[in-house]
Design a protein around this ligand. Structure first.
Ligand code: SF4
Length: 389
């Protein structure tokens, strides 16, 4: 599994706390050279990255890059032994797809991209303007049509709920229009829907601090979450992770592997990696997390000096950290995690109390029973997990 972080955005969204920079064509080409260089230097990790064979180019906004830049990255990853036959996803911004047109969409397909993830967020222009998104609802519809027309058969659409001025009817009409295929008649194969959260360092955090924005009340967020769950269930989607819904068989391979704690290699500024290696003695394995500095300047200078290790941090995870992460990630999914693993790690009385109250339920697992949070408690999953661990 390989993740590539493209740290560029043409403008910054109100709510975003991801690392990215506004940039020029010149820094973009320097970045691509550096990315190809890092890819070559980490080919030993790429060859044995483990997990499914997936490539995910995210950001930032990968679709600000021209096709030639993406081609260079894909070629470098292929030469380093990377494989992506199980899934190749690129995140796209609707405005880029509209600006660059059908040729760009067809070029992505020719490059081997099998899935695009498009940040639509809303189909209400007032909401999109407030979010400082580059696109409006008309562009989102047009971009979706271009992708379908070009031949994409696996499209994921991102949406955001829980904004203080977003009423239920507006939210429902966005959902329904997405399900109607935004003018194409073909619903997206996958929908990721997030509740607006106030990320540190985002413009939104400043607005909250200065009193220019108040978060939506919990009861409204919960209502909008379950409006979504109900509507997507009626439309045949599998609710396989708290924020993710897929038509059967279209669950995201790459992201699912993260939730199952499988290893991956992250390339580019701010990208994280997880490696899993035999411990050498005993039965255990060693989990190691590492990351690149979240700075394009550092990344470019590491590339010039040929020493990417100078910008990499890392830590070996303790067995306790591994188990904690595994429980927290797995309980976000509808398959959950083995009951015995939860009982070994969590306070037994907390597990029993959660089962008695219906906060956890048993479901068939690979060997014995798994425990999972039922869908009607997904909204309060953080509290449930907090009580357990
Ligand atoms: S949400 Fe996406 S497009 Fe907006 S600033 Fe963040 S990374 Fe860039």
């Amino acid at each position: 599994m390989i993740y590539v972080h493209v740290p560029f955005c043409r403008s910054f969204c109100t709510y975003c706390g991801f690392y990215s920079e506004k940039t020029s064509d010149c820094t973009e080409s320097g970045f691509i050279r550096a990315l190809c260089s890092e890819t070559g230097r980490r080919k030993d990790e790429i060859c044995v990255s483990g997990g499914p064979d997936t490539l995910y180019i995210g950001g930032g906004t990968p679709s600000v890059l021209p096709l030639s830049a993406l081609e260079a990255v894909v070629e470098a990853i292929g030469m380093a032994g990377g494989r992506w036959q199980d899934e190749f996803t690129v995140e796209v911004n609707p405005e880029d797809i509209v600006e660059k047109g059908p040729e760009y969409a067809r070029g992505l397909l020719q490059l081997g991209v099998s899935r695009v993830s498009m940040g639509v967020q809303s189909l209400d222009d007032r909401v999109l303007r407030w979010m400082n998104r580059r696109h409006d609802a008309a562009s989102a519809r047009k971009a979706y049509g271009i992708l379908r027309e070009a031949g994409f058969r696996n499209i994921s659409v991102d949406l955001i709920s829980g904004i203080s001025f977003l009423d239920d009817d507006t939210w429902l009409s966005t959902i329904d229009e997405v399900l109607s295929g935004m003018g194409t008649g073909t619903a997206p194969e996958h929908i990721s829907a997030y509740q607006l959260s106030v990320e540190p360092d985002s413009a939104l955090a400043g607005m909250v601090e200065s009193g220019h924005y108040s978060e939506a009340p919990d009861d409204r967020c919960e209502r909008q979450y379950y409006i979504l769950c109900r509507r997507l269930a009626e439309a045949g989607y599998h609710h396989y992770e708290i924020s993710n819904f897929a038509l059967p068989g279209r669950e995201a391979v790459h992201n699912s592997a993260y939730w199952h704690h499988l290893p991956y290699v992250g390339l580019g500024p701010a990208a994280h990696s997880l490696s899993v290696s035999p411990a050498g003695t005993g039965n255990g394995v060693i989990y190691r997390r590492s990351w690149n500095s979240p700075s394009l300047a550092d990344y470019l200078s590491a590339s010039s000096s040929g020493d990417f290790s100078s910008i990499r941090g890392g830590e070996t995870l303790t067995a306790e950290q591994v188990m904690l992460e595994r429980i927290m990630l797995s309980l976000r999914t509808d398959s959950g995690i083995g009951e015995q693993a939860v009982r070994n790690f969590c306070r037994p009385d907390a597990v029993d109390a959660a089962l008695a109250s219906g906060a956890l339920v048993r479901c068939p697992g690979p060997a014995a029973f798994n425990l999972r949070i039922p869908e009607d408690r997904f909204f309060i999953s953080d509290n449930i997990i907090g009580e357990l661990v």
